[in-house]
Design a binder for this molecule. Sequence first.
Ligand SMILES: C[S@@+](CC[C@H](N)C(=O)[O-])C[C@H]1O[C@@H](n2cnc3c(N)ncnc32)[C@H](O)[C@@H]1O
Length: 226
Amino acid sequence: MAEQVKSKQRVADHGEVFTAEREVKAMCDLVAQECERIDSRFLEPACGDGNFLAEILNRKLNIVTKKYKKSAYDWERYSLLALGSLYGVDILQDNCEECRKRLFEIWNAEYTKICKKECNEQTREAAKFILGKNIVCGNALTLMKVDEKQQDTAYPIVFSEWTFPFNDSQIHRKDYTMAELLNASEQTDEIKTTGQMSLFANEDGEVEPTFLQEYIAHYRRLAENG
Ligand SMILES: C[S@@+](CC[C@H](N)C(=O)[O-])C[C@H]1O[C@@H](n2cnc3c(N)ncnc32)[C@H](O)[C@@H]1O
């Protein structure tokens, strides 16, 4: 977004000051290779309307298009994987909605341009479904989902891990609470040594966080699993 401040009240209440595009790009350049890895995961714990996530999605989709523009099937799968690798939390509902809409519009513009007549509504619904799960209206400090008054609900923030385990049309979703993911990552030295954490399991698989549930479905019928 162009404006960095929506209102003085929002700055006072929630520290809402958006990062300018130039800084977003410069910061993404610092981890340029990761931004170009289709399945490299990013979590923005106070995402606003998604300034960083939007930039990273653009970079990832560039790669998806470069590699897979000749096959609508591959473009769909890899672009959903890219979308599924981006996570955001914000305490304000309107920010979460704007963030989901913005990411969907970026994805859909590229989808429509690349896959043309092969585009279908089921894949668009799948993209919206992933965004509905990955961009969470919650409090990143208490790790709980919040209501429209920014008060904690009884429900924890849950993130879904999305993978294509068989490299076919089946997408696998595994749900974890954010608290469990942070807890598992604290048990490794990864963050201290690399400054980064693997969101779902560390590279050597030593600390495997406990998941809540898992689903497997054709990627176009994702939403059937609620
Ligand atoms: C400084 S803005 C940054 C927005 C975005 N990351 C950017 O760089 O443009 C901080 C954001 O954090 C959100 N926020 C404030 N407290 C929060 C909390 N406890 N949990 C989650 N989000 C919070 C605000 O609503 C606001 O959108």
